[in-house]
Design a protein around this ligand. Structure first.
Ligand code: PHE
Length: 339
């Protein structure tokens, strides 16, 4: 074999080696495509080396051509194999970066809770509903007549000063208690009736640990023939035991309201933060005054009734051991989250 043919064959094999090693270390499908053009295309080193082939005589051209074809097909196979590897790697890394772990635990959402006032109110309602009371309601903006006069508190009666009233422009008041619902209900129903009327009450006074200008009351009353003070005591005692437990210490203390006669307030022995127990007033009550029955359109000679009005915040403070009424209105989640 002539020396120039031998050297051409060596040149072709060297081109092949160089191409294979480049392909072996190629990164990414774009890089491989660039190598394919460079090593397999018309302008490749191989094509250039073979450009003089037509001038070589028969037998020798054949052996050069064979070597060239082998080198070409090795380069082609190497490109194909490397491309398959590179594409698989690219697919895997894409799948890896897009993967979703469906077994991963969810992010916890903060759980909503009922406000302690809502909770105690629901408990209070359930107890009275269990004793046969029905729910009723009235407006927060009230006529002075319903809030005072119909409840036996005439204009200039000193009892009006007991209620620090918010007066509305153009007449009317923010109701100072839920008792006007007594009048509204009596006007719409005929006895017998046992009614529970929860709602807001408003008094123009300074906030402190036991007072707030807006607070919640539950009004309750029962009207029938021969309702007596012992009925009042029985219903309220049963209520207190159900809400606060059989060991609760309470007392009925004689009191005065213009719309009840006789009247009594209930105090509960209360201790908070280990302080010395003290009596806390939680409700007013009494036998509905005949003038009030009359204002409500109820026959005062045939019927009698008892009524009470309790402070919802006070009961929540007692039941949950809350030292200040202000905590109910500050909406501090660290406080609200405890109920
Ligand atoms: N309305 C009274 C108050 O707010 C409470 C009460 C209601 C007293 C019913 C007696 C009867 O102070």
């Amino acid at each position: 074999m002539p020396a120039e043919i031998k050297s051409l064959i060596e040149q072709i094999e060297a081109i092949g080696q160089a191409a294979l090693s480049e392909i072996g270390s190629a990164e990414g499908s774009a890089g491989l495509e660039e190598l394919r053009v460079r090593h397999m295309g018309k302008k490749s080193a191989l094509s250039q080396a073979l450009s003089g082939l037509k001038d070589i005589p028969g037998e020798e051209r054949k052996s050069v051509g064979q070597v060239a074809n082998q080198v070409k097909s090795r380069i082609k196979d190497a490109l194909g194999a490397r491309l398959a590897d590179v594409e698989a790697a690219e697919r895997n890394s894409q799948l890896g970066s897009e993967s979703i772990d469906v077994t991963l635990a969810g992010r916890p959402l903060p759980e909503g809770r009922l406000h302690p006032l809502t909770r105690i109110l629901t408990e209070i309602e359930d107890i009275f509903i269990g004793m046969g009371f029905e729910l009723a309601s009235g407006p927060d903006m009230e006529h002075e007549y319903q809030n005072f006069d119909a409840l036996n508190i005439p204009e200039a009666h000193p009892a009006r000063d007991m209620h620090d009233t918010f007066y509305l422009h153009g007449g009317g008041v923010l109701r100072t208690h839920t008792s006007p619902v007594q009048i509204r209900t009596m006007q719409n129903r005929t006895p017998p009736m046992a009614i529970l009327a929860p709602g807001k009450a408003y008094r123009c006074e300074n906030a402190d640990n036991t007072h707030s200008p807006v607070f919640h009351q539950v009004e309750g009353f029962m009207i029938d023939r021969k309702v007596r003070f012992s009925d009042l005591k029985g219903v309220l005692s049963e209520f207190l035991r159900q809400l606060l437990g059989p060991d609760i210490k309470y007392r009925f203390r004689p009191s005065y309201f213009p719309f009840t006669e006789p009247s009594a307030e209930v105090d509960i022995l209360w201790s908070v933060d280990g302080r010395k127990p003290d009596w806390m007033e939680v409700l007013g009550s009494g036998m509905i005054h005949p003038n009030v029955l009359e204002a409500g359109g109820v026959d005062r000679d045939q019927y009698s009734g008892f009524a009470f009005g309790l402070g919802v915040e006070r009961f929540a403070m007692l039941k949950y051991g809350i030292p200040s009424i202000r905590l109910f209105y500050e909406n501090d989640l660290r406080f609200l989250g405890q109920f």
